[in-house]
Design a protein around this ligand. Sequence first.
Ligand code: G1P
Length: 293
Amino acid sequence: MEVRKAVLPVAGWGTRFLPATKAMPKEMLPVIDKPIIQFIVEELIEAGIENLVFVTGRHKKAIENHFDVNVSLEKHLQEAGKDEMLNQIRKISHMVNPIYVRQKEQLGLGHAVLTAEPAVGNEPFIVALGDIILQEGERHVRNMLDMFKRFGKSIIALFEVDPQEVGKYGIAKVKKIGDDAFLIEDVVEKPTPEEAPSNLAIVGRYVFTPLIFDMLKSTKPGKGGELQLTDAVKLLLEREAVYAYKVESEVYDTGNPVDYLKTLMEFALSREDTAEEIVKFLRERLRLPEALS
Ligand code: G1P
């Protein structure tokens, strides 16, 4: 069966970014001038997924507004002759055909995905988390969809992290079964370095068979008392094969202030309109000699 839908859980409190996220969704934090959520949406749309199910909460109106038409802003840009910006703004509002599902209580990522069940139905789907922006994200989603066509079972994207960082992610134990394919043997949510079965972390892109919904229904609260998606994957492993896809390109974490800042720096250093100024600023700030470029 073809994958047509993606679920974007965006209802979390964003506690790691308070007070910035008191009234603003963390997914709307900008990477220079584009909100994080727009990167994820573009990645999915470019990979051919048009039906996006946002699992939202009370404080998330800004996300709905971002992907909606803003008539007065368009009028203003038109009158000011800012055609390029006008086109960009129009493109964003025509980008998605969204479905918004409300998660009434924030009981964890697993609960958020389960909340999307009525909108997804009995078909395979993608879950894309807003925490991480992937370099060449569209290519990775396409590769995962190809793998799904090949195996017909759930596919989870992983990336290698520093062994000291395993506590920030879901960690998987895998077995290599081909040049680019791995079988997942076990998963554990945010282990200590001693508990971690590897340094392969879940990067926040999943293709699931609908059986995950049944698993979520029988998952007990896990880490932090929350219903964890990783724990439901562990149950899924007892029922059917789950494959891993390895992301080898750059991974930009935006899920906590320090990694978010690193992501901002990466983008600032690679964008034509910002790189020169930022390099100059850093060189002066860090007192680096010209020769160290
Ligand atoms: C979630 C998942 C975790 C995954 C991570 C990727 O954690 O629970 O398994 O590795 O996203 O960003 P969170 O960052 O929401 O705590």
